[in-house]
Design a protein. Sequence first.
Length: 227
Amino acid sequence: MKYSYLLFDADDTLFDFPRASARAFSIMCSLHNIPDTPEVYHIYHQINLELWAAFDRGEVSKEFVTLERYVRFLQAIGSNEDPVQCNDDYLSALGEGVYPLPHAEEVCRTLVERGHRLYIVTNAVASVQRSRLRGSVFARLITDAFISEDAGASKPDPAYYDYVRRCLPEMTAKNCLVIGDSLATDIRGANNAGLPCCWFNPGNIPRPADLRIDYEIADLRQLLRIV
């Protein structure tokens, strides 16, 4: 076995986050009399992307992002709804939205049967991620989840992986593999921590020149040939 420890990102690697987010947004809209239209969702989505990009760059905190996105969104559509309650309702619904990506369950089951230990490494909101994992097919397949709120640092900060190493003292740069879709957090984080990585790239985005990518897959089933 080449890599006994497999560190998976969650959203857009194992979980279909856009689908879960769209559903949660629709539920939030229904609770607050906000028009649930593609145009309105696009406004929210763009604001959300911009703020999470700032988080990835280390410019703002996760707590700031999750509330500020609704402050800006409600201002943009001229709504007087409470941003705190809108955000709470969205996160609650998001925690119930469990949609595995194609082949994710079968790949994880096969890996566990082969003796690999699977872990989640994520910057997502802790309450949401724990709720989704509990209600998912991965609950019995994932050994543990390392969430940035618990770590006191976020991917791609090397301190995040220092936390993971402390939790998994037998894990080394030779027996683990980081798997994720995000160049900014998953791949750069693995690079910063000196860990091998596999880029999940179903969109066939061109490789960047400034990052080390040890493996690249467009289909999760390809991972079975690597590890």
